[in-house]
Design a protein around this ligand. Structure first.
Ligand code: SAM
Length: 340
């Protein structure tokens, strides 16, 4: 049995009561998005955060700098759609100038990436994950409520050409929508040298309409892919804190990942913490509480006071996300305002 640390003895840094430490910071740089994916946002009517509530670049960099000082080694920019933040290139350059320099990644829908991929690479972005659930243009338009598949494809190619590699593609499989074409998405990614990862759909939609019974599970995805390829699981020991279980495709070297966030949670190895665009720290995607940094920061808090708040939030991290628990409550913030 794993021995847990004595919760009355709180170690320094971004530690929690279950022996985990945050190394990976997800920063939502905006809640705005230019797609309206049906499983993430309503067609209309989700008000954007008022600008005054959003952290400026300077505020964001100060907080990220403190996180880095306290042990964060990877910063992932997300949103909303991170490319919609006008100062994104400058923000990336600011993060790249931090000491010690963290790895910098971004999760994006790829729309508009074609124009900025080189600039982002030069500013210090290391790699990207592009979300793409289907390669069928009609299904894409239905799913995202926007006809932008060609832009995403161009963005992916530009990312690869700019050296934002390995380029990863994230896909959510949904019953009756794109579940019968998961193998086509993998074939498409294999052809282009993108590393695909399927993610189970989670209860994070703005409509609160998620239904576990409807979810396409990791096992189901694996079964569907296995009808076309031999999938060999990579050793679990190689996985570390990575959420995806990876498989060699037909003996490799190409791989595909499956992230079983719901059916086989990986909370015990979670090394993540999150900062929202309006300056709240969240210790879990599914937190129903958060710690405000923006207020104290604007009222003149010292670095040590801010670090105390960040550490306190991490210390309160629960053992698991609890999606399967009878008392599970979906967070009030939708995924687009948390940062996926
Ligand atoms: N706009 C960017 C993008 O599309 O990648 C970043 C934000 S988006 C919220 C991040 C990821 O969350 C996307 O890959 C999206 O598919 C995923 N996502 C959104 N809602 C989800 C849900 N309910 N379950 C699982 N993944 C979800």
């Amino acid at each position: 049995m794993t021995r847990l640390p004595d919760p009355s003895v709180r170690p320094a840094g971004l530690a929690d009561q279950f022996g985990r430490r945050a190394r990976d910071l997800r920063v939502s740089v905006t809640d705005r998005c230019n797609l309206r994916c049906t499983y993430c946002m309503p067609a209309e009517g989700l008000p954007w955060m008022p600008k005054a509530e959003m952290l400026s670049d300077e505020e964001m960099l100060r907080i990220i700098g403190l996180f880095v000082r306290d042990g964060i080694t990877q910063v992932r920019l997300t949103g909303g759609e991170p490319l919609l933040r006008r100062s994104l290139v400058e923000l990336v350059a600011g993060i790249a100038a931090l000491e010690p320099r963290p790895k910098i990644a971004m999760t994006t829908n790829g729309v508009g990436l074609e124009r900025v991929a080189v600039g982002l690479k030069q500013a210090g972005l290391d790699r990207v994950n592009v979300s793409l659930d289907t390669i069928d243009s009609e299904t894409f338009t239905q799913l995202t409520r926007r006809d932008r598949l060609a832009d995403v494809e161009a963005g992916l190619k530009a990312a690869s050409d700019a050296g934002l590699t390995p380029v990863k593609v994230n896909a959510v499989a949904m019953r009756g929508i794109n579940d019968d074409s998961v193998a086509d998405v993998l074939a498409w990614c294999l052809e282009r040298g993108y590393e695909l990862r399927f993610i189970e759909q989670m209860p994070l939609d703005a409509q609160h309409a998620w239904d576990r019974a409807q979810m396409i599970s990791a096992d189901e995805i694996r079964e569907r892919l296995s009808q076309r390829w031999d999938l060999t699981p990579l050793p679990a020991a190689d996985r570390g804190s990575a959420p995806a279980e990876r498989f060699l495709v037909d003996g490799g070297p190409e791989t595909v990942g499956i992230i079983a966030s719901v059916s086989a949670p990986f909370c015990a190895a979670c090394d993540r913490t999150r900062l929202t665009a309006d300056g709240q720290v969240r210790n879990c995607l599914f937190s129903t509480t958060e710690t405000d940094l923006r207020g104290p920061l604007r009222e003149g808090a010292t670095d040590d006071e801010l670090l105390g708040l960040m550490r306190g939030e991490m210390w309160r991290k629960r053992r698991g996300h609890g999606i399967g628990d009878p008392d599970f409550v979906q967070p009030a913030r939708p995924m687009s305002a948390i940062g996926g």
